[in-house]
Design a protein around this ligand. Structure first.
Ligand SMILES: N[C@@H](CCC(=O)N[C@@H](CS)C(=O)NCC(=O)O)C(=O)O
Length: 291
């Protein structure tokens, strides 16, 4: 890999496996399965294959919110996909998501299982299936979907752009960090102005737009992402802070954050979720029992 400022791309790009990046062992320029591996299937209608990254948390929060509001059909099994170990390239996972990224959902409640991938599509699918967290009035629905898609379009600048170059890249490239820091601060300002005038992102109702945006921008202002809080002066976004705190206190959100989590405090990790009672037994207890 060249670290030189005068790097000139060759005529044809070739894959350098050892580029030194944080994800060098899992990134590849081709799609498809690398190995045969069936996915496990539990007893509930919904099977989630995921990990508690911001994209994964969107879906576990939605499922916990649905259950909390009485939609018992939203009972789910959450299976852990360890992306650092390449589980997303197993044949079973690729059959549910040809893009090999978490989260992926299989709805087995009907005669033919339905697969859904892309976290935004999963949120919309569940909102429509249960008639919840998505306004029905045309204007409010359009506002909600606009912010949902805003998140899907914006997050790659935060994660793939700022997060990658600020926290993960093997060399700190000022141009890349500057470019993405500027864009992320602009996005935070977009949200701050919106939340100055509205309780929730889509208006007066808590919706799937909040669930999509909170794990990313809420996590960022709470200092959970990339240790970039001070760097981005996140305390300045007062309205985003107010909203992030309010959502973070919701019991369903607290539960949803724990599911498929493999980092942080052990008491905050629930590697797999198969029953509501699983939250009473933390992974810490399970590991202690296995000793
Ligand atoms: N646009 C996708 C992005 C999903 C995504 O990037 N997932 C990451 C974890 S947050 C992943 O599975 N990475 C594994 C890999 O890149 O191999 C979504 O929102 O579902």
């Amino acid at each position: 890999m060249s670290d030189r400022a005068d790097y000139v791309p060759p005529k044809v790009w070739t894959w350098n496996k050892e580029n030194g990046g944080r994800f060098a062992n899992i990134n590849r320029p081709v799609a498809g399965a690398t190995h045969e591996k069936e996915l496990p299937v539990g007893r509930h209608p919904l099977q989630l294959y995921s990990l508690a990254t911001p994209n994964g948390v969107k879906v576990t929060v939605m499922l916990e919110e649905l259950l909390a509001s009485g939609h018992s059909g939203a009972e789910y099994d959450a299976w852990l996909i360890r992306i650092g170990e390449g589980d997303q390239f197993g044949s079973g996972f690729v059959a549910v998501n040809p893009n090999s990224k978490i989260p992926a959902l299989l709805d087995r409640s009907g005669p033919t299982p339905i697969r859904v991938f892309e976290s935004g599509a999963i949120l919309l699918y569940l909102a429509e299936k249960f008639g919840a967290f998505l306004p029905t009035e045309a204007g409010a629905r359009a506002e909600c979907l606009s912010w949902l898609f805003w998140q899907m379009g914006s997050a790659p600048y935060l994660g793939g752009g700022l997060g990658h170059f600020y926290a993960y890249a093997p060399t700190k490239i000022e141009y890349a960090i500057d470019r993405f820091a500027m864009e992320v601060k602009r996005q935070l300002d977009v949200l701050d102005r919106r939340l100055a005038e509205n309780e929730y992102v889509a208006g007066s109702e808590y919706t799937i737009a909040d669930m999509a945006i909170w794990p990313w921008y809420g996590g960022l202002v709470k200092g959970w992402l990339y240790e970039a809080g001070e760097f981005l002066s996140v305390q300045d976004y007062r309205h985003v802070q107010r909203w992030a705190n309010a959502i973070g206190e919701r019991p369903a959100v607290r539960r949803g954050r724990k599911v498929n989590r493999v980092s942080g405090e052990l008491s905050d990790q629930l590697h797999e979720r198969h029953d509501a009672s699983d939250f009473e037994t933390s992974t810490q207890d399970i590991l202690a029992a296995q000793k």
